[in-house]
Design a binder for this molecule. Structure first.
Ligand SMILES: *[C@@H]1O[C@H](CO)[C@@H](O)[C@H](O)[C@H]1NC(C)=O
Ligand SMILES: *[C@@H]1O[C@H](CO)[C@@H](O)[C@H](O)[C@H]1NC(C)=O
Length: 136
């Protein structure tokens, strides 16, 4: 009897755990501007609940607005890498887990030159909104 009860509890627990492994999708938006000539490519890396990087997409347009929708169910966040002629700049990882449902992640990527035009600098600003990013 005890065993049967525990088995029932175990099955309930397993189904709760299984549900918690599904995460909401989010729109991740980009606005690359400024000295974009320095950029070779921009990639987004998607993370699963183990905080492992599972996949990436490197076709984010260099210059101007664009967006991606996170992979269904398993992704809990992302990291950006901006590959420039002077090295790779990383932003994140940023995680939503189960939170910010319907939130849009707005990534404003502003490139500059500094040190007399010798170094590439990035001003990065992440905001989470529920309607649209300020450039949309
Ligand atoms: C995975 O995502 C798809 C599309 O959003 C949805 O239809 C499906 O029910 C999800 N599966 C699970 C196990 O949550
Ligand atoms: C980031 O962007 C938001 C939305 O435009 C703005 O309100 C905020 O001041 C910005 N933060 C910085 C540090 O630039």
């Amino acid at each position: 009897m005890m065993f049967v009860q525990n088995l029932g509890l175990l099955i309930i627990l397993l189904s709760v755990i299984n549900i918690s492994y599904s995460y909401p999708q989010h729109r991740v938006a980009f606005n690359t501007r400024g000295y974009i000539e320095a950029i070779n490519k921009i990639c987004i890396h998607w993370y699963d609940y183990h905080q492992n990087e599972i996949s990436d997409e490197c076709d984010i347009p260099v210059g101007g607005p664009s967006s991606k929708t996170s992979p269904a169910n398993w992704s809990i966040g992302y990291k950006l890498s901006v590959h420039t002629e002077g090295g790779t700049l990383h932003n994140g990882p940023f995680f939503w887990w189960d939170g910010w449902v319907n939130g849009i992640y707005c990534n404003d990527i502003h490139m500059h030159l500094k040190a007399g035009g010798l170094a590439i600098k990035e001003s990065f600003n992440l905001t989470i909104v529920y309607d649209k990013c300020f450039w949309e």
